[in-house]
Write a protein that binds this ligand. Structure first.
Ligand code: SF4
Length: 237
């Protein structure tokens, strides 16, 4: 029986240097529905917009914009399946690994590239979330090949960094009667294809999930202690 459903992103958290087993256990048990998890929706909107810009360009021109040349010769795209259809069962870990890639592009050699859009400043390997992104994209690779979507030959992060300097803000063409536009500068960061590195993470996820109660939290994070103090206070009131 597959009792553990985990997203590629959650799996990637295991690779972060400040990984917290307690947070991980709570998220898995609560199916990711934890309070106080506020992620500004604007970033998802911009990621979705970047995808639409790329698809619209390919529809019109048959290839990718110049700023995506780091991906090789793009010939088209495949609409990424909804996460309810993009999954792989891993019977040895009794686990369902799911995901929702931002972009799947077809390449001239008939292989595919899987990409994730990031609305963020590009800092290369300095991005502290990079280990998580690497796991996430390699999980997409596993799922895409399992579903026969195509042979994956490239994984990449596509960073869209807002250009907000004074000179850009003063350009007349960014203004219109409806408002203003903001340009984005694109950087493509290739991600190594290393799906075999996921195996120990599957094992670790299963071990943490099987724990009968929440393990200790990450040392140095006092939020759990604050929560305990608040709960104690609430009981006294
Ligand atoms: S120790 Fe910190 S990171 Fe871990 S569960 Fe508690 S609040 Fe979350």
């Amino acid at each position: 029986m597959t009792d553990l459903r985990i997203s590629a992103k959650n799996l990637g958290e295991l690779a972060l240097p400040d990984f917290c087993p307690r947070c991980f256990w709570l998220k898995l048990k609560a199916h990711n529905r934890l309070p106080f998890q506020i992620f500004p929706g604007i970033f998802s909107s911009i990621d979705a917009y970047t995808k639409r810009v790329v698809h619209a360009w390919i529809d019109r021109n048959g290839g990718a914009p110049v700023w995506l040349k780091g991906l090789g010769e793009v010939t088209g795209y495949i609409n990424p399946p909804h996460h309810s259809r993009f999954y792989i069962e891993l019977p040895e870990y009794e686990m369902l690994l799911t995901g929702a890639p931002d972009g799947i592009l077809t390449l001239a050699d008939r292989s595919i590239a899987i990409i994730d859009y990031k609305t963020a400043k590009y800092t290369g390997t300095q991005d502290k979330l990079m280990p998580m992104y690497m796991v996430q994209l390699n999980a997409y690779l596993l799922i895409a090949e399992h579903l026969d979507i195509g042979q994956v030959s490239k994984l990449a992060l596509v960073y869209a960094e807002p250009v907000t300097d004074k000179k850009t803000a003063a350009q007349p063409e960014i203004h219109s009667d409806e408002g203003f536009t903001m340009p984005f500068s694109i950087s493509v960061h290739p991600v190594p294809m290393e799906p075999a590195k996921l195996q120990p993470l599957f094992q670790r996820a299963r071990e943490i999930y099987n724990l009968p109660e929440a393990p200790d939290g990450r040392s140095g994070c006092d939020d759990c202690e604050r929560l305990d103090a608040l709960m104690l206070l609430a009981r006294k009131l």
